[in-house]
Design a protein. Structure first.
Length: 86
């Protein structure tokens, strides 16, 4: 499914994701125009479209959860955070 975000919204999200390391408690992305779902498929497609390598996505029961190769996790509600190394 194609998202309907403007270039400004996409750039805002990219800047937010790139600055995530300075936000200890995570941050919220602008999710307007991203088709919502509960398993994370659409969020993973959106993140791939804007240049991120998606490792996996899954349904957590409340939201979808997307893991990126760069160590970031994004929920379908827009919350993004750094994953701790395992």
């Amino acid at each position: 499914m194609k998202h309907t975000q403007t270039k400004q919204q996409i750039l805002k999200n990219i800047v937010a994701l790139e600055s995530l390391a300075t936000h200890e408690n995570g941050l919220y992305l602008d999710t307007d125009g991203i088709c919502g779902d509960l398993d994370g498929k659409h969020m993973s497609e959106y993140l791939a479209e804007i240049g991120y390598e998606v490792l996996s996505y899954r349904d957590t029961g409340r939201n979808g959860f997307v893991r990126l190769a760069c160590g970031i996790a994004v929920s379908t509600n827009g919350f993004a955070c750094m994953l701790k190394p395992s």
